[in-house]
Design a protein around this ligand. Sequence first.
Ligand code: GFB
Length: 313
Amino acid sequence: MTEAFSLAGRRVWVAGHRGMVGSAVVRRLASEQCEVVTVGRSEVDLRRQDQVERWMDATRPDVVVLAAATVGGIHANMTRPADFIYDNLVIETNIIHAAHKSGVAKLLALGSSCIYPREAPQPMAEDMLLTGPLEPTNEWYAVAKIAAIKLCQAYREQYGSDFISAMPTNLYGPGDNYHPTDSHAVAALIRKTHLAKAASASTVEVWGTGKPVREFLFVDALADALVFLLKTYSGAGHVNVGTGIGHSIRELAEAVVKTIGFAGDFAFDPAKPDGMKVKIMDVSRLNVMGWKATTTLEDGLAKAYAWYLKNAA
Ligand code: GFB
């Protein structure tokens, strides 16, 4: 691997270090020769431009990983559209503009596979962006994340800033949010299956039909890919980060049940939304650059469940 950008001796601000992605990035950066800086919510509200700019002026990071975001699963996205569009737009705008003003050498913004059109051909390649209408169950979040890509491109074009963006697929792992309704599918199914087993229930509830197909990436693998991109990639185009492998929600639920050892059946609830029918990324661009996901769903789920048992059960 040729290193175009060295992290050695750099001060790296991980914005969103308490979240699942940010905390994985902090873990991964521990094996780099850099200084990691973070700031808590009580000190800096990232939705406040003055607070973000003051923090940047005082801290002067060389590198920013923009992992701060208001996130959630399909239900959270559908019920809190204003939070999802406002929080994310303003956080990205504040951080990216402050990074430009304080002369940050490299910034990496995080997006999501939901930026792609609802009817995009599968797997979805980077050039499918803005080729059609978005999936309505997450369009507010998607619009904000598309804006992040465009912000990076605009500052690159006008000021030559080395701002890049990466679009991860559906994520899971240590530090995930296990909220009963607002979590993503993996965390929700781990929690519900664990509780069903503990209660000796005969079924575990699965939202929707079980037919939608998703791609699941273990968050520590994502963190490794992000460090790889920071070191090796500079360009206007966003980069997909995933496994390229799709699983139906039924298959996911089966894998979770196997991990936890639950003997009951599934109770599908078709009144709950399925969301996008299929969402799989084309990750050939990242693979050609030299990074490939290696964690299997089985291994990743075992680690996620171990974290849940220790921290959230
Ligand atoms: O992970 P998830 O909430 O989000 O749901 P999306 C994925 C699929 O799992 C949907 C089904 O078809 C759900 O109906 N599912 C089954 C469940 N049981 C459950 C459950 O108990 N909880 C949840 N949450 N789902 C997200 C976007 O969409 O994708 C985010 O909402 C983000 O903004 C993320 O972009 C990547 O994959 O549908």
